[in-house]
Design a protein around this ligand. Sequence first.
Ligand code: ZN
Length: 387
Amino acid sequence: MITTLVTDITIEDICKGFVYNEYEGKGLFGLSGKLTIQPEYQRNYIYADGKKDVAVIDSILKGYPLGLIYFNTTPDGNYEVLDGQQRITSFGRYVTGKFAITDTNGIPRYFSGLAEDLQKKIMETKLTIYICDGSESEIKEWFKTINIVGVPLNEQELSNAIHSGPFVTKAKEEFSNSQNANIQKWSAYISGNVIRQDYLHTALDWVSKGNIDNYMSRHRHDDNITELKAYFNSVIDWVSSVFRDVESEMKGLPWGEFYETYHAKAYDPQTVSDKLKELYSDFYVKNKKGVYEYILGGCIDTKLLDIRIFDDPTKKTVYTRQTEEARNNNHSNCPLCALGNDNNKNRIWKLTEMDADHVTAWSNGGATDITNCQMLCKTHNRAKGNK
Ligand SMILES: [Zn+2]
C-alpha cells in the first residue's frame, strides 16, 4: 500500500459540493464531487449531538490540529474517506448551516452569522491528509486496525467494513435506519442503538445462530436480504404472540435462541400472561429477566428466577436451634443425615458446612422466612436442590 501525504487541501476545498443527507444521516460528497465522504463500509454519522460536532468547529477556530485524515483512491481516480468522515461531515454541516456553535458571549452562531475573519479562518484551515493507494483487502485490513479519533468502531461496524457490499447496504437500509417505522416495535425486544448497528447486529446474530462474520461473508454479494428479514420477523412475531404484555425486562433477551428452542411448543397467551403477572408480583423472584425463559421452559427451572435466599441471622438462629436439639438427642444436626445409617448419622456439622433449605419449596408456595427454613449439610442440600 502506497501512502502520499497531502497538506494543501483546505476545508473550503472539501466543502465545495458538500452534500449531507439528513434522511440517512450521512455526509455524502465533497471536494467538487471527487470525494465520497461515506463509503458503504463507513459507519453512519454519529457526531450530530451538539457536542462532538461543536467541538470540531471549536478546535478549528482555536487552531488546534484536527488530526490525520485518510483518503483512499478509488479505481476511477476519485477518493473515499477512510478515516475522518465524522470530522469532515461536522465541518461540512457547519459551513452549510446545519447547526450553530455558541460564541464567547453565549450567543448561538451559524456559519453565516460568524464574523468574516472567523469564517475565513475555518475555510482556509488546511487538513493533513494521507492518500492511500492499495488493494481493497489491504485497505480494509488496515482500516480495521486504525484507531479512529473519538469513538472507536464497535464490532458490528467493523464487520460492516470488512464485508461491505450489496448485502450490507440493503441490511443497513432495513436495520440501521432510524426512519424505519418498525424500530419502535422492535425496540421492545432489542436493546442498543439503531445508528450504532445494534439492531443489525441482533438480526444477524439470530439468523446466523451467533456466527455473524461467517454469515456476512457467505452473503456478501447477495443483492437481497430476504432470509435475514424473514427470520428476524419470525422471531419478533413469535415473541409478541406468546407474550402479549411488553415489559422493560424483555429488552435484549436472547430471543433468537428462545425461538430456536421453544417455537415448536404451543403456548396459551392468556395462561402465559397470568403466570407472568404472578411472577412479576412475587416478592421472592429476584430476577425478572429470567421469568421469560422460565415460562417458556414450562416453569421448572427455578434457578432462572434467582429466588430470594434466607439471610444470615435466620440461618444462624435455625442452626443454633437444630444443633442444640441434635446434641440432646445424640444425632446429626442435619435432619437428613440423622435419618441415614452411615458415619454421618451422629455428625454435628459446623455452620459453614451447611446451607439453608426451603422445607416447602418456593415453587410449591413455600415462603423464604424462618418458619420454612431448615439447615442441611451441603451434600444433602445439593441433592435436594437438584430434584
Ligand atoms: Zn446431611
